[in-house]
Design a protein around this ligand. Structure first.
Ligand code: PBG
Length: 348
């Protein structure tokens, strides 16, 4: 064969062909396959991101995220009870701020009676055991849709002025009863500032889930529709590249994430998840902290869109996408599939 002498090698189909090592032995039955399975997905691994809106109107579907709805506080509390019954321990809360409350400073973020804080109080009163993660960033509140306040020139986000606001915001969230604040802003020094502010205000038990390796991603599009930051800014393609990571950069991502650990983060996060499994893997090896991954809105929308066309099988693709994120090194996954997965896991 092509000048190579294979005459002495056994040939498939021939009676003499009998490899000693047969990897397929451990794949032979479903019992054996389950015994050697290295990675599993359980309800306890999942954090459900939820969108809360003001008023008492009916749930509003998010067009680009089938099955996801903006819920009023009452419906949100009911949803939380259902999630707990399904074995989900955590939620990540995102407020849909009314457009008239948005301004360039995002000042609604510091209103002690703002929507997200009312939601936290209501959930804690009804299901105190549910672990609440609240986002710390100004994008639900700013009229320009950026995660912080702008510089005087208006051409960039002002890092230090933003961090000062975020620290006050974190204290308000702690007072309302959040379990973890989750800075998603990617400002420099925010984790240390949040830790100091929380401790000074008497909230040493409130943790920090740092969005540590958060990339400037096109996969956030549907989320920006859901919270209205795209509409506020007049574009879905908000340019956040002066603070979010360049998708091309692996070393920079790890270095930035390790800074969050050094500044006192309790949990680190990689976001998006599926397209960044290499970052998850590497961070898993570089840090001993628990790792979270955010399967973002665009990853969810993609799977749903293909399934709607009959091009992919929804449940299998969903489960494979999540298992891959666990295999790469994530302990926890924020995913809009959380409830559906937990429901299926409970049914068996
Ligand atoms: C912003 C924030 C974003 C998401 C969570 N927090 C979007 C952004 O950076 O514009 C995206 C989540 C998703 O796409 O599901 N602080």
């Amino acid at each position: 064969m092509d000048g190579v002498n294979n005459a002495s090698l056994p040939v498939a189909g021939a009676a003499s062909f009998s490899p000693t090592i047969r990897p397929r032995r451990i794949r032979r039955t479903s019992a054996i396959r389950e015994m050697v399975q290295e990675t599993r997905l359980t309800s306890a691994d999942l954090i459900a991101p939820l969108f809360v809106k003001d008023g008492n109107g009916a749930p509003e579907p998010v067009g680009s995220m089938p099955g996801v709805q903006r819920l009023n506080i009452e419906a949100l509390v009911a949803e939380c009870c259902e999630l707990v019954a399904l074995g989900i321990h955590g939620i990540a809360l995102f407020p849909v701020t009314r457009p008239e409350l948005k301004n360039p400073q995002g000042s609604e973020a510091l209103n002690p009676d703002c929507l997200v804080l009312r939601a936290v109080r209501a959930i804690k009163a009804a299901v105190p055991q549910l672990v609440i993660f609240t986002d710390i960033a100004l994008d639900p509140y700013t009229s320009h849709g950026h995660d912080g306040v702008l510089t005087a020139a208006g051409d960039d986000v002002d890092n230090d002025a933003t961090v000062a606001i975020l620290a006050r915001m974190a204290v308000l969230h702690a007072q309302a009863g959040t379990d973890f604040v989750a800075p998603s802003d990617m400002m420099d020094g925010r984790v240390a500032a949040l830790r100091a502010a929380l401790d000074d205000a008497g909230h040493p038990q409130v943790g920090i889930l740092a969005y540590s390796a958060k990339f400037a991603s096109a996969y956030y599009g549907p989320f920006r529709e859901a919270v209205g930051s795209a509409a506020a800014a007049g574009t879905k393609l908000l340019d956040k590249r002066t603070y979010q990571l360049n998708p091309a950069n692996r070393r920079e991502a790890i270095a930035d994430a390790l800074l969050d650990e050094a500044e006192g983060a309790d949990l680190l996060m990689v976001k998006p998840a599926g397209p960044y499994l290499d970052i998850l893997r590497e961070l898993r090896d570089a840090s001993s902290l628990p790792l979270a991954a955010y399967q973002v809105s665009g990853e969810y929308a993609q799977i749903h869109a293909a399934a709607e066309r009959g091009w992919l099988e929804l449940r299998k693709t969903r489960d494979e996408s999540l298992l891959a994120i666990r295999r790469a090194g994530a302990d926890l996954i924020l995913t809009y599939f959380a409830k559906a997965v937990a429901t299926d896991l409970n049914r068996g």
